[in-house]
Design a protein around this ligand. Structure first.
Ligand code: SME
Length: 161
C-alpha cells in the first residue's frame, strides 16, 4: 500500500501526476465498482492536499445519490437541477467554485466548506454521476485540479464497471 504521508510530501505537480497512476492500478487490480469508487475517493481525499471532502454522487434515474466518499457525512440526495453537483451533471462540464458563499446554488453539506470542484463522470457500464471535491481553503481549485479530475473521469469511463 502507498504511504500517503510521502505522497503529500511530494511537489504538487509530481503528486497530481501520480494520483491517476495509482487509480489506474486500482482499476486494473479489482473489478468491483463499489470497491474501486471507495478507494478512488480515498486516493483523492488523501492525495490532493487541502481537501475536506472527496466522493461521488451517482444518478439513480431521478436524482444524484451519495456514493463512496471520504470526509464528514454529507447530503444523500441532490436533484439534478440543484447545487453545484447538479450544475456540473446537467452541463456535463467541470465546475470550479472559488468561494461557495458567493454562489446561491451551492448546497452546504458542511458549513466549513469554502471552495468546491465538481466533474461529471460516466462509468464504463454507462452509470453517470459526478466527482465532488470540497476544501476549506478559498480559491483552492485550479486548472490542475480540473485536469486531474478529467484524467480520473477518463479512467472511470474506460475501466470502471
Ligand atoms: N456542495 C454540493 C453538495 C454536496 S457536498 O459538497 C458533499 C453542491 O452544491 O452540489
Amino acid at each position: 500500500m502507498i504511504d500517503f504521508s510521502r505522497v503529500l510530501a511530494m511537489a504538487k505537480e509530481e503528486r497530481y501526476a501520480l494520483l491517476p497512476v495509482l487509480i489506474r492500478h486500482e482499476l486494473q487490480a479489482e473489478p468491483n465498482r463499489l470497491a474501486n469508487l471507495s478507494n478512488i475517493a480515498a486516493i483523492l481525499y488523501h492525495g490532493m492536499g487541502d481537501v475536506s471532502w472527496a466522493g461521488f454522487y451517482l444518478f439513480d434515474g431521478s436524482d444524484l445519490v451519495l456514493g463512496p466518499f471520504q470526509g464528514r457525512p454529507a447530503c444523500t440526495r441532490i436533484s439534478t437541477d440543484a447545487g453545484i453537483c447538479g450544475r456540473s451533471y446537467t452541463k456535463n462540464d467541470t465546475v470550479i467554485i472559488q468561494n461557495v458563499h458567493e454562489d446561491p446554488d451551492h448546497i452546504a453539506c458542511d458549513a466549513r466548506t469554502n471552495a468546491e470542484i465538481v466533474h461529471p463522470v460516466r462509468l464504463k457500464n454507462g452509470q453517470k454521476g459526478v466527482i465532488d471535491i470540497d476544501s476549506l481553503q478559498v480559491n483552492r481549485f485550479t486548472a490542475a485540479d480540473a485536469a486531474l479530475l478529467q484524467a480520473v473521469g477518463h479512467l472511470l469511463e474506460t475501466m470502471a464497471d
